[in-house]
Design a protein around this ligand. Structure first.
Ligand SMILES: *Cc1c(COP(=O)(O)O)cnc(C)c1O
Length: 365
C-alpha cells in the first residue's frame, strides 16, 4: 500500500496534510459559503477574494514589488513556452537567448523558434545535462530580446544557485519545480512562471509574474486568451479559471506563511532534506551514484542511479513494498528520482535515507 506522506513523485507532487484536509472539507462545503467549491461561481465575491488573497500571499512571500503583476493562467508551463516568445520575441527583430540545461529547457526552445530568432547560449546535452554553466561560460548579448532559463531542471536534478544572465536584458525563468522553495530577488526577474503541480498545488493553474512594463510591448493580433493583458485587466477571471486549483494554491500559500513561517524557513528545511539524501548517496561508497555535478545539485529533485538496471528495479520494488512511491526516474532518463518538494516532510526524507542505507547493507552483505 502506498503512503501519502512517502510520495516522492516528480509531479503532481505531495501536498501538506493540513491542506489536503481543508481541500477535502471544501469539496463537501466551504465553511464560510455553505456550498461545495466545485459549484461556486467564479464570478462570486468569495472567489474574487480567494484570488486577491492568493496574490497577496505570493507577493508577501516573495517580497514582490508592485512593478510586477501576478496572473493565474491555464495551459501549464508548456503554454508559457509559447506565450513568452509571442509577447517578447514576435516582431521584435531581436534574438532570444536560451540556456539548454535539460529536458524542460529543451522543450521550450523549439516553441520559441516558431516566433523568431533563437540562440542557444549554452547546451549541456553532450555532458548528459549533469552540470550547469557558470557566468564565465555565457556570452550574453546586451541586445537580446530576453534570456530564458529553467531554475531547476526537474528531470536531471540540477538547480541554479546563482542567477545567470546580465541585468538590462529581460530575464525570464521557468520556476515550475522550485517556485516558493527559497527566497529570490524579484527585481532581477522580468518574467517568472510556474505551474502549481510540483510545489504549489494541484495541476490546472500556472502562476505568471510579469514586470508590468513588459506588457507595453505586447504585439497586435494576439488571441485574447493568449494576451497577458486580458488576464491582468480581469484580475485572472477573464474566462472560467480553475477555481478549485486556485483555492488550493491559496491554502498552500497560507501554510507557507503561517505554518512554515516564510521562504527563509522553507529554504532551510529544504536544504536539510536534500543534504540528508545526498549524504546517503555520498556515503554509499559508489553503491548510489548521484547524477548532478556537486555544485549544481538540486534541492528539489535528487536523481541517482544504482550499478545496474536490475538493481534499480529491485530498489523500486522493495521501496514500493514499504509504502514509498514516485521514485522511478523520468522516462527520458531512467534511474531513481526522489522529489522532495516543499510539502515533503523531513521525517519522510529521513525514512527514505534509512531505506537507502538498509538496501545497501543488504545488497553488499
Ligand atoms: C513539469 C515541468 C514542465 C511542464 O509543465 P506542464 O504544466 O506539464 O506543461 C515545465 N517546466 C518544468 C521546469 C517542469 O518541471
Amino acid at each position: 500500500m502506498m503512503k501519502n506522506d512517502l510520495n516522492f513523485s516528480g509531479g503532481p507532487g505531495v501536498l501538506p496534510e493540513s491542506v489536503l484536509a481543508e481541500a477535502q472539507q471544501a469539496i463537501a462545503s466551504v465553511p464560510e459559503v455553505g456550498l461545495s467549491i466545485l459549484g461556486i461561481s467564479h464570478r462570486s465575491d468569495w472567489f474574487a477574494a480567494v484570488v486577491a488573497e492568493a496574490e497577496r500571499n505570493i507577493r508577501e512571500l516573495l517580497k514582490l514589488p508592485d512593478s510586477h503583476a501576478i496572473l493565474f493562467l491555464q495551459g501549464g508551463a508548456t503554454l508559457q513556452f509559447s506565450m513568452i516568445p509571442m509577447l517578447l520575441l514576435r516582431g521584435s527583430g531581436k534574438t532570444a537567448e536560451y540556456l539548454r540545461t535539460g529536458y524542460w529547457s529543451g522543450k521550450a526552445i523549439p516553441e520559441a523558434a516558431l516566433e523568431g530568432d533563437v540562440r542557444v547560449l549554452w547546451d549541456g546535452e553532450a555532458q548528459g545535462f549533469r552540470r550547469l554553466p557558470g557566468a564565465d561560460e555565457l556570452a550574453c548579448a546586451a541586445d537580446a530580446a530576453y534570456l530564458h532559463y529553467v531554475s531547476n531542471e526537474t528531470v536531471e536534478g540540477t538547480q541554479f544557485h546563482d542567477i545567470p544572465g546580465i541585468d538590462g536584458v529581460p530575464r525570464v525563468c521557468d520556476m515550475s519545480s522550485d517556485f516558493l522553495s527559497r527566497p529570490i530577488d524579484p527585481e532581477r526577474y522580468d518574467l517568472i512562471y510556474a505551474h502549481a503541480q510540483k510545489n504549489l498545488g494541484p495541476a490546472g493553474v500556472t502562476v505568471v509574474i510579469v514586470r508590468r512594463a513588459l506588457l507595453e510591448r505586447v504585439p497586435a493580433g494576439l488571441p485574447a486568451l493568449l494576451d497577458y493583458r486580458s488576464h491582468l485587466n480581469a484580475r485572472s477571471i477573464f474566462n472560467t479559471p480553475p477555481v478549485f486549483a486556485i483555492y488550493v494554491v491559496l491554502l498552500v500559500t497560507r501554510w507557507l506563511l503561517n505554518d512554515v513561517g516564510g521562504l527563509e524557513r522553507m529554504a532551510a528545511v529544504n536544504r536539510g532534506k536534500a543534504e540528508a539524501l545526498y549524504r546517503a548517496i555520498d556515503q554509499s561508497q559508489g553503491f548510489y551514484e548521484g547524477w548532478a555535478a556537486l555544485n549544481d545539485r538540486s534541492l528539489m529533485n535528487v536523481v541517482f542511479r544504482l550499478q545496474s538496471a536490475q538493481l534499480e528495479a529491485d530498489f523500486l520494488e522493495r521501496a514500493a513494498a514499504e509504502g514509498f512511491s514516485g521514485l522511478a526516474g523520468h522516462r527520458s532518463l531512467g534511474g531513481i528520482r526522489a522529489s522532495i518538494y516543499n510539502a515533503m516532510t523531513p521525517a519522510a526524507v529521513a525514512a527514505l535515507g534509512a531505506f537507502m542505507q538498509d538496501f545497501t547493507a543488504q545488497r553488499s552483505a
